[in-house]
Ligand binder design. Structure first.
Ligand code: 5GP
Ligand code: ZN
Length: 122
């Protein structure tokens, strides 16, 4: 059984206490559509284990983190992003992470996405 946090919104989705529109599930991963999508394809891929941020991952998370990277293209394709996609892992304060449970945004659609970040004016 993986570590869980009673108050974490993504742990609640893992436990089925609040609904999530599921994209994929296995013993240690869950993917579900973002509640406020910013692209035609926008889902979140999370480890079921509660780890607050990528900064807190350890060597024993290598397998699950690797699995996220391998699953992302497959699930993106299945969701209709078949000509590329973008992965984002907002981390900590500077990364403007809002939900403190490691998650990978998978973003895509039929047309190219906006720029990654606006370039600062020089
Ligand atoms: P962050 O800024 O932490 O990288 O992104 C958190 C994401 O989680 C946001 O895009 C937000 O829309 C999404 N989110 C927050 N609460 C919920 C929820 O209860 N259900 C789902 N499906 N997504 C959520
Ligand atoms: Zn959690």
């Amino acid at each position: 059984m993986h570590t869980t946090d009673p108050d974490c919104i993504f742990c609640k989705i893992v436990r089925g206490e609040i609904p999530g529109r599921k994209v994929y599930e296995d013993a240690d991963m869950l993917a579900f559509h973002d509640i406020q999508p910013i692209a035609p394809v926008h889902f979140l891929l999370i480890p079921k284990e509660h780890v607050p941020t990528l900064s807190e991952t350890q060597a024993d998370h290598e397998a699950v983190l690797g699995k996220m990277m391998v699953l992302a293209p497959r699930l993106a394709r299945e969701q209709g992003a078949d000509d590329g996609f973008r992965l984002i892992v907002n981390t900590g304060r500077v990364g403007r992470q809002e939900v403190l449970h490691v998650h990978m945004h998978v973003l895509g659609g039929k047309e190219p996405l906006g720029s990654m970040l606006p370039r600062p004016k020089t």
